[in-house]
Design a protein around this ligand. Structure first.
Ligand SMILES: [Zn+2]
Length: 265
């Protein structure tokens, strides 16, 4: 459960997610874990990276970063992340004192120093070969924010490794995050998994359906409505020759869809 940003998490949303998955016949292999309870693991990973001498503390605000970029004549398009201009990066990365991190009164963020020409390549099972130059796409990115929160990138990499995930499946909106995770996994000595990014369901404005755009949640109030929603998902994923018998059970349909999916990918 990705609940890193505590204040922004809706109470009970986790229970609702599990209820909906179960209604769709989807079960999990192990106990559910919450990112908010796994801070120690993230801290350990951060310490591991620190030993590699590739972390540095940063006190820049968004405004400072924007001004520094402006001074360099670099414009950041709206809705795009600013590429960090390395304002706080020491000339030579030295081992930082980790006790600093525990002190929340010190409002510093911890960034990962990228090597020059950090070009990451990986294979997506649906989209094929992917390549990203991390220096040009994001720059030295934050692993722990100045308010003490670990970032998504670090948390998911640690979670996936701890849970031994070999096949990572996410929405296509997260494709631009994957190169950062590949780099982190490499630094932390984790095994390389297989990646697959799924097509998104978009509204009439081309925006993905999400809680931010106040999209209606799927209807899983009864098996008939649930099956209708699942059939729509199957169609969206381009699955062919799915059974459309009215009396089919959810587990039966799911099995057929899984087999169709194996052929499609
Ligand atoms: Zn800085």
């Amino acid at each position: 459960m990705e609940d890193l940003d505590g204040p922004r998490c809706v109470a009970g949303a986790d229970q609702e997610i599990m209820r909906q998955l179960l209604a769709c016949g989807l079960v999990w292999d192990e106990d559910v874990t919450w990112q908010s309870q796994r801070q120690e693991g993230y801290q350990k990973a951060l310490e591991g990276l620190n030993k590699l001498k590739c972390l540095y503390s940063c006190t820049c605000s968004r405004q400072t970063i924007a001004s520094a970029l402006e001074a360099q004549g670099i414009e950041t398009p709206r809705n795009q992340e600013m590429i960090y201009p390395e304002t706080c990066r020491p000339a030579q990365i030295k081992i930082n004192n980790l006790s600093e991190r525990v002190d929340h009164s010190k409002k510093v963020a911890w960034r990962l120093a990228l090597p020059k020409n950090c070009i990451i390549e990986f294979e997506d099972r649906r989209l094929g070969p992917q390549e990203e130059n991390l220096n040009q796409a994001v720059g030295d990115f934050v692993l722990r924010r100045n308010d003490g929160l670990f970032t998504y990138q670090l948390a998911v990499v640690v979670d996936d490794a701890v849970q031994g995930i070999t096949h990572i499946v996410r929405g296509e909106d997260l494709l631009s995050n994957t190169a950062r995770q590949v780099h982190l996994r490499y630094l932390l000595g984790y095994q390389h998994p297989q990646y697959l990014h799924l097509p998104l369901v978009l509204d009439e404005h081309g925006e993905k359906l999400s809680k931010q755009t106040l999209a209606t949640q799927i209807n899983t109030q009864d098996p008939k409505s649930t099956l209708t929603e699942m059939q729509r998902a199957g169609k969206h994923l381009g699955l062919k020759n799915l059974p459309n018998r009215k009396d089919i059970s959810i587990p039966e349909w799911l099995l057929a869809a899984t087999q169709a999916w194996k052929i499609a990918i």
